[in-house]
Design a protein around this ligand. Structure first.
Ligand code: ZN
Length: 478
């Protein structure tokens, strides 16, 4: 696993320009390239912000797949601000702006940029991922299973476009459906091909991304999973579809998790990580408390971090920072500002009696106890350590019970911060995890803090999967 993730450190963030403290939140393009030449698949997630199956699946391609042959280009977060705000579209429906868009539309630049990517000569085939209502059926079964629903379908605008390769959209969609239907949790989940016959006068669908693509001779499909499922099951089905398309295009890949409901859930959760300032601070926020205090950020400097997934955003909010992972509100970081010391990059820790060197930004697994080996000139602060009056907590054997639980990073009371200082300067942090589970940092390139109008972010539950909508009465799709 670890080796695999190390490879992923090379992921490119399209928007990684000069670092600012404040910038609008924007989508990223990730070009995953195999060692061997082949076709290029473009995958788009998050065109509508309230469809987490699509954007989580797309994001997993970036963090948990390695392409061996051919290319996969991924935009996992096209409508990033709407993802964070859990809205279909903060500025209206982005997937209705591909035919015409006003110069003053706040999404004008987004549309221009994504159109250029869609029409890039290298792109052979385009997939736009959606979560749609109910279950599409070619003939009416009941309200939830009907031609008006969208879930579990591969959408084409027409059966054929005249291009030299992959123009037989109808046949391709049928092949994908046949393949994916081998991997259903239940018969009800069966996929079908939905042909919107857009060119025959569907003025709504004429304005979509895929229709723009096919009018420009680029093979494109809509992919719809049912909103009846929780997020990880939606992402499971999307990944089955994505892998079927990769197979069809001859794209070879490796995946770092089992393609099962459980495997996908774990892979999604593992993205809730942040590393600050070249790993001096690393926070695993998979099950983080609502608020983490006294985070030692760098005084008078831009906050620069590496996210565990392209869906992680850090948003300035008054004196603190809110962390988002897709449409989950993960935690709030309350900083305390320090000057930084860069004289050391690691500490020595005795873990259950075994001594080892641990680089800052890493997490160590502890079964019983740990002890930070004293180093002259450096002071250790184990956040929440109970014994008062100890200026320096190195050289002390510490058990889980010696730490006050409410200071843990996670809600479960397993994960604790060990911070190192040199006089008044902060040197670095490691995490200690009292458990039998070990996870490695997955990080992409550096990113910067975003500034949103946080007043309208609402106050939804933290971490909850609020996406399952059993009373799904909308026919919104695509
Ligand atoms: Zn959609």
């Amino acid at each position: 696993m670890k080796k695999f993730f190390t490879i992923l450190l090379g992921c490119l963030f399209f928007s990684a320009g000069p670092a600012f403290a404040h910038r609008p939140i924007d989508f990223s393009l990730h070009k995953l390239a195999g060692d061997r030449q082949g076709n290029t698949l473009l995958v788009i997630g998050g065109i509508q912000g309230d469809e987490p199956g699509g954007f989580n699946a797309a994001s997993l391609l970036v963090t948990h797949y390695r392409i061996k042959k051919g290319n996969v280009w991924v935009v996992p977060n096209l409508n990033f601000i709407s993802i964070i705000k859990r809205s279909r579209g903060v500025y209206g429906d982005l997937n209705r702006k591909f035919a015409t868009i006003g110069n003053n539309d706040p999404e004008f630049n987004t549309i221009s940029r994504i159109k250029a990517i869609l029409l890039d000569d290298q792109v052979d085939l385009v997939l736009n991922l959606h979560d749609g209502s109910g279950f599409y059926r070619p003939t009416y079964v009941d309200r939830t299973h009907s031609p008006r629903r969208w879930g579990q379908s591969i959408i084409i605008d027409q059966r054929h476009i005249s291009v030299s390769r992959f123009g037989n959209l109808g046949e391709i969609a049928s092949q994908i459906v046949a393949e994916v239907n081998h991997y259903l949790f239940a018969e009800e989940h069966a996929y079908h091909v939905k042909n919107t016959r857009t060119g025959e006068g569907d003025t709504e669908m004429e304005r979509t991304l895929t229709y723009y693509a096919i009018r420009n001779r680029k093979p494109a499909f809509g992919v719809e999973v049912s909103k009846s499922f929780p997020t990880h099951k939606r992402a499971y089905y999307h990944l089955q579809v994505l892998e079927a398309y990769m197979d069809l295009l001859g794209i070879e890949y490796e995946r770092a998790f089992n393609l099962s409901a459980r495997g996908v859930r774990g892979a999604i959760d593992s993205g809730a990580k942040l590393a600050f300032y070249d790993n001096k601070i690393f926070l695993d926020m998979t099950n983080a408390r609502k608020r983490l205090g006294y985070i030692p950020l760098k005084k008078a400097a831009k906050v620069v971090f590496r996210p565990g997934s392209p869906l992680v955003a850090l948003v300035e909010s008054g004196q603190s920072y809110r962390v988002f992972h897709g449409n989950r509100r993960v935690t709030r970081l309350v900083p305390q500002y320090f000057e930084y010391d860069s004289s050391i990059e690691a500490i020595t820790i005795e873990v259950d009696g075994d001594q080892r060197k641990v680089d800052f930004g890493n997490m160590v697994e502890v079964a019983q106890s740990f002890l930070v080996v004293p180093q002259k000139g450096y002071r250790v602060n184990v956040i929440g350590f109970k014994k008062p009056g100890t200026g320096n907590e190195s050289g002390i054997t510490i058990h889980k019970d010696d730490i006050t639980k409410r200071f843990s990073v996670d809600k479960g009371g397993r994960l604790y911060r060990v911070e190192v200082y040199r006089e008044k300067k902060f040197s670095g942090m490691v995490l200690v995890s009292f458990s039998d589970k070990r996870e490695d940092l997955i990080a992409s390139d550096s990113s910067t803090v975003s500034l949103l109008n946080v007043s309208d972010l609402g106050n939804g539950p933290l971490e909850e999967d609020s996406s399952v909508n059993l009373e799904d009465n909308s026919y919104l799709g695509r």
